[in-house]
Write a protein that binds this ligand. Structure first.
Ligand SMILES: [Fe+2]
Length: 522
């Protein structure tokens, strides 16, 4: 491995390392006395030979135009080292922060060794960014005994502090973080009893590129989220609130006020802001036909992770009510549910997923996606109903998914989801109506970082009619930690003590596991 020295200029820059104070600068005027790295650093999309490193130049986080107060075309140096002290720098380069792309940088670093940590940082106008740590994946053919990773979803700014992110950052040896959606919220939340924990301030509901960018800028000013990104690479998918609550494909929740042609423009702005602000691999995501965030990650021979886009290519919601595309309860005999022409993933993504499963030789196959797959039926005086926004609103598509899980012969399927602001552990069956079947897979749904959960008693009362749901808790916020080994998967549901406490502690609320070779929960 070549060792690239940057000589005296690097040492000078190291001594100038600082966050949050006026730097000694040689050029720039309004920019000169401000820290360019207010947004922290991040890495993502780990491969066996590299990863993406990210930062955003934003000396003025809350600039109304959403541009962060950065000049256009600022040259930013980046460095990747084998040690935290940057004595053994192995890759360096320079990139330009373009205002047209929100002054963000996504550097695709390659040529690294597999399965080891690296440290990285950026340098702009004499100021060093914070240092981040990333890990490369093992080679796809490598034997791997064990890997730890964590998962999160639903971090509404106003509903609490991001203590769960801080505890995720402190998960020893966690190799990567899965963000399952609702990384931001486009709209204000309902006030908590006693008031909001913190406020979006004067940020309006995001419906333009500038205002989506400002949402990300606010989130990335949070020290706990910055700590998590600096600790391990991210694999991020979006859910609805990165665009609009409960949207489905090009159908907004306000079909009459925001018809598909107009909603498509808003969605485009939201997608661009997501891609700018998450450490995604632009060479894969930016396609002539649009944004492609679904992604396959191999962790040696141990595991294949298929991360999905569960929003962009969806069919319209089932049994739409009066011009509203919002998620709603609908009777289980709604004819849309079993319509095979409706799709949750889009048929092209379905083919991509099923092709990947058919070719998978991994010991475990983990589906990383946004919404609950298991059926959840509520008995009401008018008869049984389901919530349309999850896979429950796409029954035929769900059947194709689970049938292919079986017919592809993949080993040890496990599915993950977010969205529901509650912890779940479920069994998935090929035919949920037939008693006595063996499970096909286990499903784990992670609770929210801060967002309020659904009413506990309402759901608990429905559980006897839903025996596939083996664990449910909507009263706690937190994250999930996974220890995946050749022999078993151990899952910790980690709750935080109080989302209104910036210094909240974290503890194990519930544990679950899956044994290799025995589909479903142990
Ligand atoms: Fe959410």
């Amino acid at each position: 491995m070549p060792l690239l020295s940057t000589g005296t200029s690097r040492r000078r820059l190291v001594t100038a390392a600082a966050v949050g104070f006026p730097a000694i600068l040689t050029c720039g005027r309004a920019f000169a006395a401000q820290d360019p790295f207010t947004q922290g650093v991040a890495s993502g999309d780990p491969l066996a030979d590299g990863f993406v490193i990210w930062t955003r130049i934003a000396p003025d986080i809350f600039a109304e135009d959403g541009m962060g107060g950065a000049p256009d075309g600022l040259p930013v140096r980046w460095e990747v080292a084998r040690d935290e002290g940057f004595r053994h720098i192995v890759k360096v380069g320079e990139a330009l922060a373009r205002r047209a792309f929100g002054s963000t940088l996504h550097v695709e670093v390659s040529g690294l060794d597999p399965d080891r940590p690296y440290w990285y940082r950026f340098i702009a106008q004499g100021v060093n960014s914070p240092t981040g740590r990333a890990w490369t994946a093992p080679r796809p053919d490598a034997a791997v005994d064990r890997v730890r990773f964590t998962a999160a979803s639903c971090s509404h700014w106003e509903w609490g502090y991001f203590s769960a992110y801080r505890h995720m950052a402190q998960e020893e040896d966690s190799r990567f973080t899965l963000f399952l959606g609702d990384y931001i919220y486009e709209s204000p939340g309902q006030p908590l009893v006693g008031g909001r924990v913190r406020s979006y301030g004067d940020l309006p509901e995001a419906d333009s590129l500038a205002n989506y960018r400002r949402r990300y800028a606010l989130h990335h000013s949070d020290p706990d989220l910055q700590a998590l990104h600096a600790a391990a690479p991210a694999i991020a998918i979006w859910d609805d609130h990165e665009v609009q609550d409960d949207y489905s494909g090009i159908w907004s929740k306000q079909l009459d006020q925001l018809p598909p042609a107009r909603f498509r423009q808003r969605r485009q702005a939201a997608y661009q802001a997501f891609v700018e602000n998450l450490p995604v691999r632009l060479s894969r995501v930016m396609r002539p036909e649009g944004y492609r965030i679904h992604n396959r990650l191999h962790w040696g021979r141990l595991a294949q992770f298929d991360a999905l886009d569960g929003r962009q290519f969806r069919s319209p919601p089932a049994c739409i009510e009066q011009g509203s595309g919002k998620g709603h309860m609908t009777a289980i005999d709604c004819p849309d549910l079993e319509d095979p022409s409706r799709t949750f993933l889009g048929f092209e993504q379905e083919r991509w997923l099923y092709d990947g499963w058919n070719r998978s030789t991994a010991e475990w196959n983990v589906l990383v996606q946004n919404l609950l797959i298991a059926p959840m039926v509520f008995d009401t005086p008018k008869g049984p109903v389901i919530w349309t926004d999850t896979w429950n609103g796409f029954g035929a598509a769900r059947r194709r998914l689970i049938d292919t899980m079986v017919s592809s012969g993949i080993r040890n399927p496990v599915t993950l989801a977010g969205d529901y602001h509650s912890f779940w552990a479920n069994n998935l069956y090929r035919d949920f109506d037939k008693p006595g079947q063996k499970p096909v897979a286990a499903e784990f749904v992670v609770s929210s970082i801060t967002s309020s959960g659904p009413p506990e008693n309402f759901y608990k009362n429905a559980m006897p009619a839903n025996p596939q749901i083996r664990y449910f808790d909507s009263t706690h916020r937190g994250y999930m930690a996974f220890d995946l080994g050749s022999d078993r998967l151990d899952v910790r549901m980690m709750a935080t003590s109080d989302r209104t406490d910036r210094h909240a502690t974290a503890y194990i609320l519930h544990s679950a596991s899956v044994e290799a070779g025995v589909p479903g929960l142990t």
